[in-house]
Each structure stands twice: as C-alpha cells, then as structure tokens.
Design a protein around this ligand. Structure first.
Ligand SMILES: [Zn+2]
Ligand SMILES: [Zn+2]
Length: 133
C-alpha cells in the first residue's frame, strides 16, 4: 500500500497492490513540468489507484505521438501523478508526493541523455538514454 497527497492536503491518493516499476525520468517534459532535473516515478495499476479531492490536468505530446497527462492539485498546484495515453491501465505517481519516501526504491534512470551532469546519482541505476527497452 502506497499513500500520498498534495502539499495543502486537499488531494489524497492510495495505491494497493505491488508497483510495476520505480524509476527516475530525466526527460525534458518532466524537467519543465516539475522544475527539477529528474522526476521519481512509481508505476502503479490504474485499477488499484484511488484519488480523493479535485485535480486539474495539463497535457503534452510524447515521443510516441500519444498524450501524457499530468494531474496536479486544483488548490495548491502540487504535481501528483500522470496518466500516459500510451499505457491506459497505468498511473505514474510522482514519488515526491508519497507519505513515505523510503517506500520508493528506484531501479532505473530513463532519458539520461537530457540529464545534466550536476544531477548524477550517488548510487548508479540501470540507465537508458531514452525510453526503457
Ligand atoms: Zn493541494
Ligand atoms: Zn519524463
């Protein structure tokens, strides 16, 4: 069970079941949307994901040609999770919003071709220059 929510507390979510992956994404879309060099992402099943509270969304077109939809708190603006059109049964939870950050153990770093040198990790992960293969 993973739980989390936004900064102001209006939006809460929970995910039952086992996450499918845990990675850090360094793509330019994630960088611009979050204001960080890389976004920690927990991949969970849509069927096991429950949200309460109002969110709003922004969209961007991914390299796949499908839309990536990012959900943020309608009140405080915290970026919370994504629902990629390319994988309709998947929710990509932005792990900084988890209640327990230690519950997140990334195994992969993706889109490292746009990772700046100053964001190198102390513990190296399996790296992909672009999308994972
Ligand atoms: Zn909020
Ligand atoms: Zn990304």
């Amino acid at each position: 069970m993973h739980t989390g929510g936004c900064h102001c507390g209006q939006v809460r979510y929970e995910s039952r079941g086992t996450p499918r992956f845990a990675l850090i994404c360094y793509c330019r879309d994630c960088q611009r949307a979050s204001g960080t060099a890389g976004v920690p992402v927990l991949g969970v099943s849509m069927a096991e994901f429950i949200v309460t509270g109002a969110t709003r969304t922004t969209e961007s077109l991914g390299s796949s040609g499908k839309r990536g939809i990012r959900h943020f708190c309608a009140t405080c603006g915290s970026l919370l999770f994504g629902t990629p059109e390319v994988a309709p049964d998947l929710v990509t939870v932005y792990a900084g919003s988890l209640d327990t950050l230690e519950a997140f153990t990334p195994t992969m770093a993706i889109f490292t071709r746009s990772r700046p040198a100053w964001a190198a990790l102390a513990q190296p992960l399996t790296e992909y220059e672009g999308a994972p293969t």
